[in-house]
Design a protein around this ligand. Structure first.
Ligand code: ZN
Length: 239
């Protein structure tokens, strides 16, 4: 099943090219690290980045993507609305979307959720403990009671999102804050998963458990049940 899922990893890819600190952790970009991890799990993976024509998200790419992964931060405003609209339509038509970390402020996430998606944050090397709060959910497969990250950026509540359809993870930070860090939604026929960790100056996406969750999320968001919807003016079934 996994082998047939076509994943497009979209990354803004600016921090890695501007900061030596980030480039050391992700020499081939965050998308490169995630592509390697997901390929090893058997997914069919391609990558796309902001500075490619059409941000790498041509009609052909969108048509041939089952699940898209989204990482963005410093250049959310540079993502063209016409591309956002196309991705949005693909989600409504059934494409899965996994939004990572600072993608909470991306145009596509805010448009799909309809709220400001704002939060508290702090870069101070807190420890993060990501608790599983939906233990039988497929996104938690292979994960114990929690994942511990020695260092991460803090994100804190209140997180400006609609009530998740399923809350899968809740994070605790050494500063005392908590955060809804794994949230499931459906929009149209598309499944959306938001997953919090992944600050660019830290090696979070090299962590095997984090890679496991992202792989699980791709499997979960894969549009297996998508059907062509019949809408519009409709004749009566009865005479
Ligand atoms: Zn961050």
């Amino acid at each position: 099943m996994t082998a047939n899922i076509r994943v497009t990893i979209w990354n803004e890819y600016r921090h890695e090219r501007r900061s030596e600190e980030v480039a050391k952790i992700y020499p081939e970009g965050i998308h490169g690290t995630l592509a390697k991890a997901l390929s090893e799990k058997g997914f069919t993976v391609r990558t796309a980045t902001l500075d490619e024509p059409e941000h790498g998200l041509t009609e052909e790419v969108l048509e041939n993507t089952d699940v898209m992964i989204w990482w963005g931060h410093m250049a959310h405003g540079e993502v063209k609305d016409e591309i956002v609209n196309k991705v949005h339509q693909r989600v409504l038509d059934g494409m899965g979307l996994v939004v990572l970390h600072s993608g909470h402020f991306s145009k596509i996430f805010k448009k799909l959720l309809g709220t400001d998606c704002d939060l508290k944050w702090r870069e101070s090397n807190d420890k993060e403990r990501i608790w599983v709060v939906a233990p039988n959910h497929p996104i938690t497969e292979g994960i114990g009671d929690y994942i511990e990250l020695e260092r991460e950026e803090m994100y804190g509540e209140p997180f400006g999102i609609p009530e998740p359809e399923t809350l899968v993870f809740v994070s605790w930070f050494t500063g005392g804050e908590v955060f809804r860090s794994g949230c499931c939604y459906t929009r149209g026929q598309g499944k959306i998963f938001y997953f919090r960790p992944g600050h660019e100056t830290l090696p979070t996406y090299h962590n095997r458990e984090i890679q496991q969750v992202i792989g699980n999320a791709v499997n979960w968001a894969n549009p297996t049940a998508t059907r062509k919807l019949i809408r519009g003016n409709t004749p009566s079934l009865e005479k």
